[in-house]
Design a protein around this ligand. Sequence first.
Ligand code: HEC
Length: 453
Amino acid sequence: MSCGAAESADGARLKRSDTLYRIVVMRTAVRRLAALAAPLLACAPEVTFTKDIAPILQAKCQSCHRPGQIAPMSLLTYQEARPYAHAIRMSVAIGNMPPFYAAGPPGYFKDDIRLTEKEKQLLADWANADAPEGDPALLPAPIAWDDSEWPLGEPDLVLHFPRHSPRPNYKDQYVTLVSDQALAEDTWVRALHLKTQSKQVIHHSTLFLWDPATEMPEGGMSLEHINPKENPLFTWFPGFLADPLPPGQAILLPKGWRVAGRTHFAPTRTRVSEEMALGIYHADGPIDSVQKNIAVFIGDLRIPPGKSDYTRTERMEFPEDAQLSHFRVHMHLRGKSAKFILNYPDGSKREIFDLLRYRFAWQRYYYLAEPLTVPKGTVAEFVGVWDNSAANPQNPDPTMWCFTGRRTIDEMFGATIFYTPLAKLAIPLRIEKGRRVDGSGPMGQERGSSQLL
Ligand code: HEC
């Protein structure tokens, strides 16, 4: 007996004629009862690729799992997905995929690719049923992915980086590349997009503004030569498309400065040749606010060997009324989880970010679906937890004390809340095609604190 066949037959009939609607409703009710009894009768409706799995892969996985993107295999078609049915079940069960590790009610985050419990169950049932294909007529239309070089459109200006080939030696490699060109004039931008070729090899790239008045060190530049706190632009992550700034906001790329990209190449066996390019999109129109952030860094972590829940908290106050937009946490291999809690001036508390699981490989921004307004004087509490025990599979050495440091085998805690001040600038800046057309004003000083993302 096949429950799946009965179900798809009903579905087809429903499409064919409305007069059968009532019959189908009755049948649906009967089928629901059958589904409840299914574990007893071992007669659950058959889970198939075309009906149940393809829609999940489209909504939650294919942004990365398609040709030319960062994931190692494509999950567009049945033929492509079928061999991975069990890998998918495993990966979902242990919580590795999809790579979105924050908790929160549905609708709290933007670009939320978390799976529902039902979707997890369908993926597991499908694998356990030996990954049947199902009725091809039920396959949803493929998503028309935008695979153009510049998903935000043709940039107004492109800065190129020198070509780089990481050694194919299975090791993580960090390299700081500086744009060939400097900015010819003060440029106000509304969006940046980093174009990369070797998406599966570039793990992330953090872009900074670099003032060439500071001398280029022999042997090239490394992070020590940049002041990342003053001039960060944004970090590009695989599978990540930077949203343009909201209207009324822009950031300044100062004349004569270059952009430096501190890039992490993941271990690779094949030789790739990467030539990154940064697309710059001019701001246009009145600018009346900047994006800012409050950020903490803990410089004195002392994590005992074997400790599975070393916890540290750092606080920082909002200096003005703010609209929070997104969050970021940076730790290394022993990072385990993090939380951000707001302590409002009236004494109330609210947890606004719960990163259940920190994974060094997946350090992304978490955007709120709707900005959250907090009053001046609110104190943000940033809590980080580390696991220096042998239970952490990433731990390079559970027998060692671990301290704050730059090396991946050291630890870090950087945590950031990005916000826009509620108060607008009294006199908006006038920007035309990336150029300031109203003389000098208060925004000139904002270059250090303004961030694109
Ligand atoms: C943001 C990009 C992204 C999304 C979205 C994504 N993946 Fe992945 N996936 C990757 C990358 C990159 C890898 C290889 C590196 C890794 O495992 O972290 C991977 C690896 C995998 C693997 C290999 C085994 C494993 O556990 O590492 C499976 C299976 C997998 N993904 C399934 C899925 C499924 C199913 C979804 C959707 C529910 C999904 N992925 C969503 C990027 C993504």
